[in-house]
Design a protein around this ligand. Structure first.
Ligand code: ZN
Ligand code: CA
Length: 312
């Protein structure tokens, strides 16, 4: 499929938000340059600093205009659990990675948990609930402030803020890349594409929209390099194949573009646009890039714990 497919252009609005911040947010362009240079340094040295596993506290802001949109805590927890599985390469479908790509699968060494302490130090379930009169939010960050019908973030240097809300037709999520304004830092996901039960609706019913968007929040770029269908764009990751545009649906391996045969596009990567059932891996290079982001852009996020070998 091609970038010009109107059904997919707005599916993830992170690149559009990135362009808007480049034009409007003081210091954002310089901060993005710092991120890219830091990622390059880590890539060159092949050594991120944080040891073990980083556990990231998440606050989920449920912003709803209808009772159906006020999703259950169980559905919220299903998203947190699937995020952790995907970021530890412990997802049930990781075995579906085609054999030539299997050695490239990366454990990002990141786990997620609902925040247990709120910004005032009080116990919390890590979920806030806001009723809104906004029928559908766009990618303009309105959902991130009470003044515009949404919910204010918790301190973005300590929590991953996830907003779940109705989004305009065709938009399923967006993230703010590292280096943007603190007041709008975080990830927005459509309530019909959040978690693995309740209102989660195929083809986005396995929590992978959040996996994709949190990847952006941790400095990952789209795997095709955001160059339309060109072959010159890059995601600045060495072990993801160069590919032309994004892939949609459930492609059949291999999909050859940009002379990238015999294995072709890594369309089963979380940073492509395939359906939730068709994406099941990060690469080791993407994992290193996310760890570099934690080291440099998000030093106050998460606590590190030793990596425990899972019991079989
Ligand atoms: Zn995206
Ligand atoms: Ca490309």
């Amino acid at each position: 499929m091609t970038q010009s497919d109107p059904s997919a252009v707005s599916r993830c609005a992170t690149a559009a938000v990135h362009q808007r911040l480049l034009a409007t947010a003081p210091g954002y362009a310089q901060a993005r340059d710092r991120s890219e240079n830091a990622a390059w340094e880590v890539r060159r040295a092949a050594a991120a600093v944080r040891p073990g596993v980083t556990r990231i506290p998440v606050v989920v802001h449920v912003v709803s205009a209808t009772a159906e949109q006020d999703i259950s805590a169980e559905q919220v927890r299903s998203q947190i659990d699937s995020l952790t599985a995907d970021y530890r390469a412990r997802n049930a479908d990781v075995g579906q990675v085609p054999e030539p790509f299997a050695p490239l699968v990366g454990d990002a060494r990141i786990e997620f948990e609902l925040a247990s302490t709120d910004p005032d130090g009080n116990p919390t379930e890590g979920i806030t609930r806001t009723s809104t009169t906004v029928a559908a939010f766009a990618d303009d960050d309105a959902v991130k402030a009470a003044a515009t019908g949404g919910a204010d973030p918790w301190p973005t240097d300590r929590y991953l803020n996830l907003w779940v809300c109705p989004l305009v037709e065709g938009l399923f999520g967006y993230a703010q890349m590292p280096g943007g304004p603190a007041a709008t830092d975080g990830v927005v996901i459509a309530y019909i594409a959040f978690g693995t039960l309740g209102t989660a609706t195929p083809p986005f019913h396995l929590g992978r929209v959040a996996t994709h968007e949190v990847g952006h929040w941790l400095n990952l770029l789209h795997i095709w390099g955001d160059d339309g269908d060109g072959c010159n764009g890059t995601d600045f990751v060495d072990d993801t194949p160069n590919q032309a545009g994004f892939n949609l649906g459930t492609p059949t391996f291999p999909v050859i573009t940009c002379d990238n045969g015999p294995n072709g596009d890594m369309f089963m990567n979380y940073l492509d646009f395939t359906d939730d059932v068709a994406m099941f891996m990060f690469t080791a290079g993407q994992a290193a890039r996310m760890q570099a982001c934690l080291d440099t852009d998000r030093p106050g996020i998460g606590t590190t714990v030793p990596d425990e070998v899972p019991t079989q």
